[in-house]
Design a protein around this ligand. Structure first.
Ligand code: H2B
Length: 95
């Protein structure tokens, strides 16, 4: 099982990333897409990777916006798995 990361380490890591914040024991970021289809297509690409990783987001899609919140349920906090998924999400969205 992944180790729960401390606040100071989470914040140091987030400082290297664009737009992610540490809120209520999770890392979170909101994305805006050109339209609903773009948002949902991206969610689908992310979903397949989540299945491979066996690590899933808490996310909300409203039309062209997507709010993603990541934490590791097993430890009740943020772990390396959350950062790995956040990095993957950034890669998908940048592609
Ligand atoms: C039973 C299954 O392996 C667990 O529920 C996995 C699946 N996806 C998960 N996703 C997240 N975000 N946290 C978890 O602890 C987690 N655990």
């Amino acid at each position: 099982m992944s180790k729960r990361l401390e606040k100071i380490e989470i914040e140091e890591r987030l400082a290297q990333m664009q737009g992610w914040t540490f809120v209520d024991g999770s890392i979170t970021k909101s994305f805006i897409f050109k339209d609903f289809k773009d948002a949902f297509a991206t969610m689908t690409r992310i979903a397949f990777e989540c299945e491979k990783m066996n690590h899933h987001p808490d996310w909300e899609n409203v039309y062209n916006t997507l709010n993603i919140t990541l934490n590791t349920h097993d430890v009740g906090g943020v772990t390396e798995k959350d950062f790995k998924l956040a990095q993957f999400i950034e890669t998908i969205i940048a592609s």
